[in-house]
Design a protein around this ligand. Structure first.
Ligand code: FAD
Ligand code: DLZ
Ligand code: SF4
Length: 507
């Protein structure tokens, strides 16, 4: 064998850079299901099942295209349990002159891969991941010398570069950003679109039994399992979204409803992140739908901004700031993650909804992650590392390059404002406006303090008070702090007391 090509579980793309220049009769592909990747955090059962099933389907696709694939299943007798162990075994077996791999999406693996040359005694070629629209070096160039790293500025750069939603050098619809039109609360709707569901085939059924046996202790429901596991299925799921979800995606992007985990969202992040869907193809289809008059500009712009803006931006920030980012804790938060993040057992309807749905579907949409579970963790002063490990474990789309900047930066303000210009902190009123959760909650969102008051209310003020030294200077919090300061001692004390009683009950 001339070259051994390692393809990881989130590199399921036929044009992946590790395959460039490869020849079917001289080179060998290696794919391996390994315990280490499934347990470095205890991933949700559905996430492991999705990755393994998609890997097995992709290996079949490669074999049908004429490649020779050495595929190691988790249960194979000689499975060493780690990626390095599997490459080592393959090197001994096949004696390749070189190994190639596309760079992984997590720093810990890249650091590991960099030592393989010496440890394995063969040259290891680690290639850039060309599936992103902005390479790591282009992002570094964009960031270089900048005082501020606003996503908004980056997104414009990407719009101009890609030509998406551009009329010449002007933004389509006359504005760069339609976010103000994207904040409507939703109502229950009999015709609510639902993500396309796929019946598990034999490969998936085998994986489901494997996961149930080997990872029974992990968080999450395995059934029903309905994710797409091939490129064709993932594209069908996206096409359905284009027709039924996208037209109202913009209006209701921030809305939350009981029993409606998906609303008008695309539910494509697991597919995009594993390489089953191509970001540019999706954006071009959305651009076209707008040009054809099928979807309004606020939906098209909102969707494209998430993909060529946020998704690319957080990846750039991740590589720019690792490894230091992992240890950031600007607010010095030290409390343990409450056990209800795993059980869903809480009287707070908003948290209960977001967490039980996460347990059942390995999915929650952005505002649930940011303004319910994320907001609560920040207000309660949970240690950011524990919050990060929770998000990395529980979502089917979670890989560190995308999860960590969203969690530590955007949602926990652990980076001190590098990514977000102010903490995404809110009391109960925001949740009341954007959802129907509060109506069926044991707490009263209108009450500010006391046993029956919505805990978010006192926690919000107590958070600002506790962190005044670090946050008082933030101009975007100036109004909140002046309200706090004008409130008077007695009211401030009752907020502090309510928050302390609640937080004591947490531990
Ligand atoms: P839609 O709302 O339909 O959006 C379309 C696509 O835009 C998504 O599929 C996704 O690829 C992209 N996108 C949207 N927002 C973001 C964002 N902030 N960052 C990166 N891409 C974005 N996304 C992940 O893919 N993996 C994660 O591990 C992850 N962790 C998160 C943790 C926290 C605390 C927060 C606040 C957000 C996180 N996100 C993560 C971003 C976002 O919540 C998900 O991408 C989105 O909910 C996926 O659902 P969807 O496909 O229905 O998205
Ligand atoms: C997430 C995941 C899981 C659960 N299992 C495997 C695996 O067994 N083999 C593999 O190659 N990849 C797996 N992955 C994806 C990797 O964890 C992912 O490539 C890294 O986290 C880098 O993004
Ligand atoms: Fe959540 Fe408070 Fe509303 Fe209850 S009242 S659902 S705790 S925001």
């Amino acid at each position: 064998v001339r070259n051994l090509i390692l393809i990881l579980g989130d590199q399921l793309t036929p044009t992946i850079s590790s395959l460039r220049g490869a020849e079917k009769d001289r080179d060998r592909i290696l794919m391996a299901e390994v315990a280490e990747e499934a347990t470095y955090v205890r991933h949700h059962k559905k996430k492991i099942a999705f990755v393994f099933s998609a890997m097995r389907h992709f290996a079949e696709e490669l074999a049908e295209a004429g490649w020779t694939v050495d595929y190691v299943q988790l249960g194979d007798a000689d499975n060493s349990g780690s990626l390095k162990g599997e490459v080592e075994r393959a090197v001994k077996r096949l004696k390749p002159s070189s190994v190639s791999v596309t760079e992984p999406g997590e720093y810990r693996l890249l650091a590991d891969f960099k030592g393989w040359d010496a440890e394995l005694g063969v040259p290891v070629d680690i290639r850039p991941d060309a599936r992103f629209l902005c390479s790591r070096s282009e992002f570094e160039g964009w960031a270089d010398g900048r005082k501020r790293f606003l996503m908004e500025d980056f997104c414009r750069h990407m719009r101009v570069k890609t030509g998406l939603l551009m009329d010449g050098d002007k933004p389509a619809g006359g504005k760069w950003n339609f976010d103000k039109d994207n904040r409507k609360p939703a109502a229950q709707d009999l015709f609510m679109p639902r993500p396309r569901r796929f019946e598990p085939d034999e490969i998936t059924q085998n994986v489901l039994s494997l996961v149930e046996t080997r990872f029974s202790e992990h968080f999450g429901a395995l059934d029903p399992f309905w994710f797409a596991v091939t490129r064709d299925e993932a594209r069908q799921a996206f096409d359905d979204f284009l027709d039924s979800g996208l037209p109202r995606f913009g209006d209701f992007q921030d809305a939350m409803l009981r029993g409606e985990p998906f609303l008008y969202h695309a539910v494509v992040s697991p597919y995009l992140n594993a390489g089953l869907l191509d970001p540019m193809e999706l954006c071009q289809a959305v651009d076209q739908a707008y040009r054809d008059g099928k979807v309004p500009i606020n939906s098209a712009e909102g969707f494209i901004r998430q993909i060529i803006g946020w998704r690319e931006y957080v990846r750039g920030i991740y590589w720019l700031r690792m490894p230091d980012m992992a240890d950031e804790n600007f607010l010095g938060a030290t409390r343990d993650l409450p056990s209800f993040y795993w059980s869903g057992e809480t009287d707070m309807t908003c948290l209960k909804e977001a967490i039980t749905q996460t347990r059942d579907e390995a999915y929650a949409h952005h505002i649930q992650r940011l303004m319910i579970t994320g907001n609560f963790a920040m207000l309660a002063g949970i240690e950011p590392r524990q919050v990060h490990e929770w998000y990395l474990a529980v979502y089917a789309d979670a890989y560190e390059w995308v999860e960590m900047p969203n969690t530590l930066g955007m949602s926990q303000f652990a980076d001190g404002g590098f990514l977000a210009s102010k903490p995404y902190a809110s009391g109960g009123n925001y949740i009341r406006k954007m959802s129907d959760y509060c109506g069926s909650c044991r707490y009263d969102v209108a009450q500010k303090t006391g046993e029956d008051a919505c805990p978010f209310n006192a926690l919000y003020w107590d958070f600002l008070d506790r962190n005044a030294e670090r946050l008082r200077g933030n101009r975007r919090l100036a109004t909140a702090y002046s309200t706090w300061e004008r409130m008077g001692e007695a009211k401030q004390d009752s907020y502090r007391d309510s928050a302390h009683v609640f937080l004591q009950g947490l531990s």
